[in-house]
Design a protein around this ligand. Structure first.
Ligand code: ZN
Length: 129
């Protein structure tokens, strides 16, 4: 059995997302240092209000992990848009991101397919005589 290396499939991830009529561009970067243009901290994701862009560290992360970061950043935007007055925004966004991603992955994403190599018997059974 061959397990595919966990790599993001960027074609399955959104390139933008509309939140309260604002179109946010989503940019996936492979260098974790370029997620945060301010460079003061290394982050998994970052909301750039100036560029209306959500930057996500893709690297070798699977799509589900990337989605979790997308949700996390969306909650940052919602806190700001709706002035929710959340005290510990990082803890809130982390927990809500995990929870939202769990719901999303279980209900709206296709089931994971296990990829394995064909056995010799299976290959032989397909051979025409
Ligand atoms: Zn955050």
């Amino acid at each position: 059995m061959t397990e595919k290396m966990s790599q993001p499939n960027l074609t399955q991830l959104p390139s933008s997302i509309k939140i309260s009529s604002v179109e946010w561009r989503i940019e996936y970067v492979n260098d974790e240092k370029s997620v945060n243009p301010d460079g003061d901290r290394i982050l998994w994701g970052h909301v750039c209000w100036r560029d209306v862009t959500i930057r996500i560290f893709a690297g070798l992360r699977g799509n589900s992990a990337i989605w979790q970061t997308i949700w996390h950043e969306i909650f940052h935007i919602l806190i700001h848009y709706f002035q929710l007055g959340v005290k510990d925004t990082e803890a809130f966004c982390e927990k809500m991101g995990v929870g939202m991603n769990d719901i999303y992955q279980q209900n709206f994403m296709p089931r994971t397919t296990v990829i394995r190599e064909e056995t010799d018997e299976e290959r032989a059974s397909k051979t025409e005589i």
